[in-house]
Design a binder for this molecule. Structure first.
Ligand SMILES: [Zn+2]
Length: 291
């Protein structure tokens, strides 16, 4: 304390007003520096180092707004994970680009070719079966839900196993399995159904989730199904279904079209269209597990 006093006296700073002005000045300088740094961080100019896409959100799941060429300049206006929100200087284009496609020092995930589904266990639950036929069509085909949920699950199983996933099915044949017995553990749980309504007009796919830890999987799968499938997309919705309620793992219930709608029925019973939907589910799961 003595040395401080001596120093203050020596520099003629013993009176309080001078001290306050000095301290205020130092704080002011720090604020200026902080402001300049902040500005630099938020609105810095960046450029794209290779041709890529501008997307509506910070993930490859989101739709592309437009493609951008290598060398194009943008103002950086935000950041989420490894994705950068950018705006063109004329304010015409705004969206998200992958950080590793910009001049910023952001590395893509270790091995982009690594298979995110390798060593994952996916549970597939083909709805209904045996004495419970599920929904059915009113057309000459008389298609029943239990047949197409099982076909879809078996085809999906083959595709998932090609990606290195382990697949467990709640049923593999035309047998009745209670809802309680369908509660099998895995890294993800996918229950497969077809919708129906009295009115043959209702159509489209819906992805249901119930618990909070199921929402991201539902939205991711829905985005991929929307992108690929020809059916109307009714979105990801929350619903209290027992198979979703009784499990703790990320789980969804897919309603892959209305079997009561003749157009949807044609797609459900068409192997080529089922394959498109199944591949969309595989791609969605890959995206989900690569996060
Ligand atoms: Zn069903």
């Amino acid at each position: 304390m003595k040395t401080v006093n001596t120093w203050l006296e020596k520099h003629n700073l013993k009176n309080l007003p001078t001290l306050i002005v000095m301290v205020a000045f130092v704080i002011f300088i720090f604020m200026i520096i902080a402001f300049l740094n902040h500005n630099d961080e938020e609105s810095s100019s960046i450029y794209v180092t290779e041709d890529t896409d501008l997307r509506t959100g910070p993930n490859a799941v989101y739709p592309a707004i437009k493609s951008v060429d290598q060398g194009q300049n943008f103002n950086k206006i935000g950041k989420s994970g490894k994705w950068i929100e950018v705006e063109s200087s004329n304010h015409k284009d705004k969206g998200w680009v992958a950080g590793w496609h910009t001049n910023l020092d952001i590395q893509a995930d270790a091995d982009p070719n690594a298979n995110p589904l390798k060593d994952k266990t996916i549970v597939l639950d083909p709805g209904h079966g045996g004495s419970d036929q599920g929904a059915s069509s009113n057309t000459k085909k008389h298609s029943t839900e239990k047949v197409y949920t099982l076909k879809t699950a078996k085809e999906l199983k083959t595709l998932l196993e090609k990606e290195g996933a382990t697949v467990n099915m709640t049923r593999s044949s035309d047998t009745y399995v209670s809802l309680d017995d369908r509660n099998i553990k895995g890294d993800a749980y996918i229950s497969i159904h077809n919708d129906s309504l009295k009115s043959s007009k209702a159509n489209g796919t819906t992805v249901y989730w119930f618990k909070d830890n199921q929402k991201v999987l539902a939205e991711t799968l829905n985005a991929y199904i929307q992108k690929k499938a020809l059916l109307t997309n009714k979105g990801a919705r929350q619903e209290n279904f027992q198979v979703l309620r009784q499990t703790d793992v990320p789980a969804v219930l897919l309603e892959l079209g209305y079997i009561s709608n003749p157009t949807d029925e044609n797609m459900i019973t068409n192997q080529l269209h089922r394959h498109i939907v199944e591949q969309a589910v595989v791609d969605g799961l890959s995206a989900y597990f690569s996060e």
